[in-house]
Design a protein around this ligand. Structure first.
Ligand code: SF4
Length: 381
């Protein structure tokens, strides 16, 4: 019998951590989407002292400390609060779901502060409801899972665009307009049993008023390497050890987490020589996604990351692999060229689908997977 994975419908925070297979997950939402070197050092030291030293970079550009014992939670929060990383209360924390583009300027800083202040005034929104401040000349956060996007139109005007709708409304007052759009989402029935997403509401036919302006053509996800704004460095599976963050902080750059399993070192003009980073855009590990898996996730039916590291070298060039510990597919909800799903009887293979889709092969032994990947273009697979 297949056990359906548990859908929690909310995201952990620092004040409201989530229990996992390896202890509490404590999620830190970097204020304004950036960390000073001192804040990053404080997080790294806190992760090593109060957790198991593993830090995840989430798909919403947040940092998650893993392996925190119940008794360590309070001293951990005290340590993070000393670095201005803790909200005044759980409500403020849960509403501060904001991703800020790492390619930013002074206008971005001003608007990030305005939007952060507005988030505290939002009506009660579902736990996963989020915002993106993506105001470079062309959007770069289009692939990030959020509900309300601040972008630029082709003529440079700022627009507010509900996720799932192709057009946005020109902004007159960012904070006021964002709160009004969130209120419209609630008024139109976007929330059911405390859950709901903007794109789902739009799919059901809701039409937001005043949205008549298309955003500028979006950019594809940037690659690791040097950019005019600094160095983008990637983390395998979006995970690093506390020592890696400590070493990055010691370089003295502002650190901007991104939703792409990458960190931007603002102003860096050389790639850092720090263990645990991916700086080569051709590294096959960049094409592999794997969730926490066993033993970190209690729902996992098998190993994911160690296996994914072994399989990366066998992945055909130009193709992507998603390894999921169960059919929930947390790490990659969208379809992928190849998806391997752990089950009680081995790994199921899904082609061009998501972890919950029907497999083309079932119950493959882990030891057979490298050969299977090498032969993946065979017609019967
Ligand atoms: S997909 Fe992975 S992380 Fe998500 S519930 Fe399943 S095993 Fe856990």
């Amino acid at each position: 019998m297949t056990v359906a994975p548990e859908i929690k419908g909310w995201c952990p925070g620092a004040l409201r951590p989530m229990a996992s297979g390896d202890g509490l997950i404590v999620r830190i939402r970097p204020p304004g989407g950036r960390l000073t070197p001192a804040q990053a050092t404080g997080i790294a030291k806190a992760a090593a002292r109060h957790g198991n030293g593993i830090i995840d970079l989430s798909a919403r550009a947040n940092l998650q400390l893993r392996g925190v014992a119940d008794a360590s939670h309070a001293p951990l929060i005290d340590a993070l609060r000393a670095h201005d990383l803790i909200d005044p209360d759980i409500r403020t924390e849960s509403l501060r779901n904001l991703i800020v583009t790492p390619f930013r300027d002074a206008t971005t800083e001003t608007l990030a502060a305005d939007l952060t202040a507005a988030l505290a005034r939002m009506p009660q929104l579902p736990g996963k409801f989020g915002f993106a401040l993506d105001i470079g000349p062309r959007p770069v956060l289009s692939g990030a899972s959020v509900d309300i996007r601040v972008e630029r139109a082709a003529d440079g005007r700022l627009i507010l665009r509900p996720d799932g709708y192709p057009l946005g409304q020109p902004i007159t007052d960012l904070g006021r307009d964002a709160v009004a759009l969130a209120e419209w989402f609630i008024a139109k029935g976007g929330v059911t049993d405390g859950r709901g997403r903007m794109a789902a509401l739009i799919t059901r036919g809701a039409v937001p008023g005043g949205c008549d302006t298309p955003p500028a053509e979006p950019l594809t996800q940037p690659a690791p390497g040097l950019h005019p704004e600094g160095a983008l460095v990637a983390l395998g599976f979006g995970q690093m050890q506390a020592e890696t963050l400590l070493a990055l902080a010691a370089l003295g750059h502002e650190i901007r987490p991104t939703p792409w399993r990458m960190l931007m070192l603002a102003g860096a003009t050389v790639l850092p020589d720090v263990a645990g980073l991916i700086t080569d855009p051709a590294d096959p590990l960049l094409r592999v996604t794997a969730c926490t898996g066993a033993p970190g996730c209690p729902q996992a039916l098998g190993d994911t990351r160690a296996l994914a590291r072994n399989l990366a070298a066998h992945l055909p060039k130009g193709h992507a692999l998603h390894l999921s510990g169960c059919t929930k597919g947390c790490a990659h909800p969208a379809p992928c060229y190849l998806t391997l799903v752990a089950t009680a009887k081995g790994y199921d293979l899904v082609r061009d689908g998501a972890a919950s889709d029907t497999p083309v092969r079932r119950g493959i032994a882990a030891s057979d997977l490298p050969e299977l990947l090498k032969a993946i273009h065979a017609p019967h697979l």
